[in-house]
Design a protein around this ligand. Structure first.
Ligand code: AP5
Ligand code: MG
Length: 208
């Protein structure tokens, strides 16, 4: 199972990557999570990335490509992976395709999770994450248990979410025709219960 989840900020990539990863026993590979972990650890890479992330822009291609090359070379990614938030630009997609060719492991598909912009804003601003487990919650749609240690992402304030949505339209939307041309793109309606959306992704991939 080697797939890419494509979608705007807060479309549900992380939520679905967790479910699909658990179901197929393959890791979720999220460049956003990796960058936030570097930032928390205070590494030079984390400090460099923060400049772009806090402004709602994209981190330079060379930085994220390096992270993904290293991560996909690890043993647990050999049988598959769910890529969440990578690639985000055409050069990233080309670097990934060269890497997978070297590893001899082609993609099974690219799934676009489609959600209206208005709903995305609500999903992002009311998202909370458990600090300890990384579990993703939503104050309205998926309320956290009382003992969760909640964190509000710094880039989930309304103004920054708008910039992230603009960055998606300007850069990442170009990946849709790119993967369409390669015959890999499947589009899935991202509105509904999370479990329902997992079902749609599995049928789009012919895996259920
Ligand atoms: P990243 O962490 O990847 O953020 P993103 O793409 O903006 O996506 P999100 O994590 O915000 O949303 P999601 O789609 O995972 O949704 P989720 O499942 O949490 O990137 C952050 C930053 O890092 C970027 O801005 C950039 O600076 C940098 N970066 C990362 N990768 C990069 C790259 N490749 N190149 C360059 N820069 C990069 O769901 C959202 C909310 O909705 C949650 O509260 C959830 O509970 C709720 N929800 C989920 N599904 C449903 C549903 N079906 N119904 C109702 N609510 C739902
Ligand atoms: Mg995410």
């Amino acid at each position: 199972m080697r797939i890419i989840l494509l979608g705007a900020p807060a479309s549900g990539k992380g939520t679905q990557a967790d479910k699909l990863g658990a179901r197929f026993g393959v890791p979720k590979v999220s460049t956003g999570d990796m960058l936030r972990a570097a930032l928390k650890a205070g590494t030079p890479l984390g400090k460099e990335a923060e400049k772009y992330m806090s402004a709602g822009g994209l981190v330079p291609d060379s930085v994220v490509i390096g992270l993904v090359e290293e991560r996909l070379g690890e043993a647990d990614a050999r049988t598959g992976f769910i890529l969440d938030g990578f690639p985000r630009t055409v050069p990233q997609a080309e670097a990934l395709s060269a890497l997978l060719q070297r590893l001899g492991t082609p993609l099974d598909g690219v799934v676009q999770i489609d959600v209206d912009r208005e709903l995305l804003m609500e999903r992002a601003t009311l998202r909370r994450t458990d600090k300890r487990s990384g579990q993703i919650y939503h104050l309205k749609y998926n309320p956290p248990p009382p003992d969760a240690e909640l964190e509000h992402r710094a880039d989930d304030r309304e103004e920054t979410v708008k910039k992230r949505l603009d960055a998606y339209d300007a850069m990442t939307a170009a990946l849709l025709p790119h993967y369409q041309r390669l015959g890999l793109l499947k589009r899935v309606d991202g509105v509904g219960e999370p479990a329902q959306i997992t079902g749609r992704i599995l049928s789009a991939l012919g895996k259920n």
